[in-house]
Design a protein around this ligand. Structure first.
Ligand SMILES: C[S@@+](CC[C@H](N)C(=O)[O-])C[C@H]1O[C@@H](n2cnc3c(N)ncnc32)[C@H](O)[C@@H]1O
Length: 224
């Protein structure tokens, strides 16, 4: 028996429309007064998570860093709705959510250098060769992500899939504006202190290997 979706938001709705962001920009979005909001304070760090899924990672990051502005982009209406309910229930005023295709949103809705970090955790591996073009990590998205990052800003990518890890390594290392923070290794199998995501917990329980990548816009950045 399928459970029916709950549409009401128990507090302030953190969702935005693409048209709204395109018209106002992120500065105005975060400056708009709301209960528990960060308010208009220029110079705050701004962090994006692409494909937040059930939202564990974004919720934990936002609770840990109340001074930082967090944006979550998720293609699924249902996941965005459920996450909006969680954000409202937690009273986290520093998160905004966008139901959108990340490849389009990152190209159209971010000014150069306006993000400090971008996280892409366990994006769908699309294991069949004929579906590989559907993977989120592609040269175009990585170039757009690099453009949206500030000087020293970092793109973090994680996967449990060995073949996808190989593609991620190839795409990231080919992007000349980004620098591997874990060099000489292409990725790390563990990163102490890192917040665990929902899918990561499942894959770890299944014994799957972890691959954590970190690429910054400068050769050395402060890693988290
Ligand atoms: C495998 S889940 C991982 C969820 C979460 N990051 C985690 O690690 O638990 C991938 C998520 O990315 C979302 N997604 C897939 N393609 C996307 C796209 N092009 N733009 C934004 N989100 C996308 C899916 O709806 C799904 O929620």
């Amino acid at each position: 028996m399928s459970r029916s979706l709950k549409y009401e938001i128990p507090g302030v709705d953190p969702r935005l429309s693409v048209a709204d962001v395109a018209e106002k920009g992120w500065d105005a979005v975060f400056a708009a007064p709301r209960p528990g909001g960060t308010g208009a304070t220029p110079g705050r760090r701004r962090v994006l998570e692409i494909g937040f899924g059930r939202g564990e990672f974004l919720l934990a990051m936002a609770a840990r860093s109340p001074e930082t502005e967090f944006i979550g982009i998720e293609i699924s209406f249902k996941r965005t709705l459920k996450m909006a309910r969680k954000v409202a229930r937690a009273g986290l005023g520093n998160i905004r959510l966008l139901e959108a295709r990340a490849e389009v949103a990152i190209r159209q809705l971010f000014r150069p250098g306006e993000l400090s970090e971008i996280w892409i955790n366990f994006s769908d591996p699309w294991p069949k060769a004929r579906h590989a073009h559907r993977r989120v990590i592609q040269p175009g998205l990585v170039a757009d992500a690099s453009r949206a990052l500030e000087k020293g800003g970092t793109l973090y990518v994680a996967t449990d899939d060995v073949r996808y890890a190989h593609q991620i390594d190839c795409v990231l290392s080919a992007e000349k504006t980004l620098f591997n923070q874990y060099a000489p290794w292409p990725f790390l199998p563990e990163v102490p202190g890192r917040i665990t995501t929902g899918y990561e917990e499942q894959w770890r329980a299944a014994g799957r290997p972890m691959h954590f990548f970190a690429y910054a816009t400068t050769p050395r950045a402060d890693l988290r």
